[in-house]
Design a protein. Structure first.
Length: 402
C-alpha cells in the first residue's frame, strides 16, 4: 500500500496541511496519509505558550473526526516518545511494522533545503521515497547536496500559509472549524497572539492585567479564574491596529443597538468581535468584559468590574496613589471600580470633553455606579471628603440626563 507521511509540529494544524496532503495523495496515487506530530517544537521561537505534544495530537484527532476524514491516519509514535525523534528512526520503526507498505515522506521545499543535515538522510531515502512540494513562488528549491535522482517534486504551489502567519497575523480563517472550536474552549494560543500583536511593554501590561484579574476574581469569590485571567490577557489585543482599520472592522461587526464607540474604546470592541467571530469564543461574559474595558457600561457584571479595575491597577500604571488603589481594589472591588470610573470621567472632563459628549455607556455607568452607590459606606465617606467639588460638578449632569 502506498502511504504518504507528513511530519511536523502542527502548531496548530491548519487548512494548508490538509490541502497539501489532499493534493499529493491524488497526484501520487497514495492510498492513505499518515500524519505524525513531533514531540518537540523547537523551531517556533515566537510561541510563548507551550501547547503540549499530547494537545497538538488531540487537536488534529478531534478535527479529523469531526470532518469525517478517514483517509488520514494520525500516529502518536513520536508524541509518546517524550524526546527528540529522528525521522530515520520513525521511518525504520514503521518499515519494520509494515514491511509491505511503500512510504512517501512529504516535506516542504523549506525543510528540504537542510535535508542533507538530517540524521542519516541517505538511509531515510532508502526507507521512503521523498516528495518535495513547493511553498514559494520564486527561487529554486533544489538542494545541491542531495542526489536528486530519487526525489520527486510536486511543482504546483499548493497553499502558501504557515502556522507562523496564522499566529502572527491573526489568520484564524486558515484554521478548520473544529480546530477553532477545540482551541477556543481551552483559550489556546491567546497568549501567543497577544505577544505577537503587541509591543513588548503592552504585552507586559496585558500579562499584569491578567494576573491582577485572576487575583481579584479569587478575592471576590468569582469562580472562573481562568476566564478572568484570559479576559485580562486579551483586552488590549487590538491596541496597535490602525485607526481606520478599527473603525471599519468595528462598524461592520456592530450588533443591533450598538453604536460606534469613541476612538479610545474601539480596540476593546475590535478584540471582542474578533474573539467572537474569528476565534469562535462563545463565552458572552468574557466577550463583554473585553468590550467594556474602556467605556464601562450601564450594567457591569463582576467580571466586567474585575477586568476594568485590573486594567487600571496593572504594574505599569504610575501615579502617587497607585499603591493605595491596588490595596483598595483587593479590599473593595465595587468601591474601587466606582472611584476609578469617577476619576476616568473627570480626566475626560479635564481634557475638555463635556459629559453629554461622553459615550452613552460611560454616562450610564457613571450615573448608576458613581452616583447611585452613595449608599455604600465607603463611597459615602469618599464623597463626604470631596463633597463641595463633586456637588458643583455633577448637579448639572443629573439634570442633563433626566
Ligand atoms: Fe485598553
Ligand atoms: Fe489595558
Amino acid at each position: 500500500m502506498k502511504i504518504g507521511i507528513l511530519g511536523g509540529t502542527f502548531n496548530p494544524f491548519h487548512r494548508g496541511h490538509l490541502s497539501i496532503v489532499k493534493n499529493i495523495k491524488k497526484e501520487f496515487g497514495l492510498k492513505q496519509i499518515w500524519i505524525i506530530p513531533t514531540y518537540i517544537t523547537v523551531d517556533k521561537v515566537f510561541l510563548i505558550e507551550n501547547i503540549s505534544a499530547q494537545e497538538r495530537y488531540k487537536i488534529i484527532k478531534y478535527t479529523l473526526k469531526k470532518l469525517k476524514i478517514n483517509w488520514i491516519k494520525l500516529l502518536n509514535i513520536e508524541v509518546k516518545n517524550h524526546n527528540v525523534s529522528y525521522t530515520y528512526e520513525t521511518l525504520l520503526k514503521l518499515k519494520e511494522k509494515y514491511p509491505d507498505n511503500q512510504f512517501y515522506f512529504i516535506m516542504g521545499e523549506d525543510r528540504y533545503q537542510t535535508f542533507h543535515t538530517w540524521y542519516k538522510y541517505q538511509e531515510i531515502q532508502k526507507l521512503a521515497n521523498i516528495i518535495v512540494y513547493r511553498r514559494f513562488i520564486s527561487g529554486s528549491y533544489h538542494n545541491k547536496f542531495i542526489d536528486e535522482k530519487f526525489i520527486e517534486f510536486y511543482d504546483e504551489i499548493i497553499y502558501d500559509i504557515s502556522s507562523t502567519d496564522i499566529l502572527q497575523n491573526l489568520r484564524w480563517d486558515e484554521l478548520l472549524e473544529p480546530t477553532k472550536k477545540y482551541l477556543a474552549k481551552r483559550h489556546f494560543y491567546l497568549k501567543t497572539i497577544v505577544f505577537n500583536n503587541l509591543k513588548f511593554k503592552r504585552y507586559q501590561h496585558s500579562v499584569s492585567v491578567a494576573s491582577h484579574a485572576k487575583r481579584l476574581a479569587k478575592n471576590n469569590r468569582y469562580r472562573n479564574l481562568k476566564q478572568a485571567y484570559f479576559a485580562g490577557l486579551v483586552h488590549d489585543l487590538f491596541k496597535y491596529h490602525p485607526r481606520n482599520y478599527l473603525i471599519e472592522y468595528v462598524s461592520k461587526n456592530l450588533k443591533e443597538n450598538e453604536k460606534l464607540p469613541p476612538f479610545p474604546a474601539l480596540h476593546g470592541y475590535a478584540a471582542s468581535y474578533w474573539l467572537e467571530n474569528e476565534y469562535k469564543l462563545k463565552d458572552q461574559k468574557f466577550l463583554n468584559a473585553v468590550k467594556k474595558h474602556t467605556t464601562a457600561a450601564k450594567k457591569m457584571t463582576k467580571l466586567d468590574k474585575i477586568v476594568y479595575v485590573a486594567d487600571k491597577i496593572a504594574s505599569d500604571r504610575k501615579g502617587k496613589k497607585i499603591g493605595h488603589e491596588r490595596k483598595q481594589a483587593y479590599r473593595n472591588l465595587n468601591f474601587t471600580f466606582a472611584k476609578l470610573l469617577k476619576r476616568q470621567v473627570e480626566k475626560l472632563q479635564d481634557e475638555g470633553i463635556k459629559f453629554e459628549e461622553l459615550d452613552q455607556n460611560t454616562k450610564d455607568a457613571y450615573l448608576r455606579y458613581v452616583l447611585k452607590l452613595k449608599s455604600d459606606k465607603n463611597i459615602k465617606k469618599y464623597y463626604q471628603n470631596t463633597k463641595g467639588d463633586y456637588e458643583n460638578k455633577w448637579t448639572s449632569i443629573k439634570k442633563i440626563n433626566k
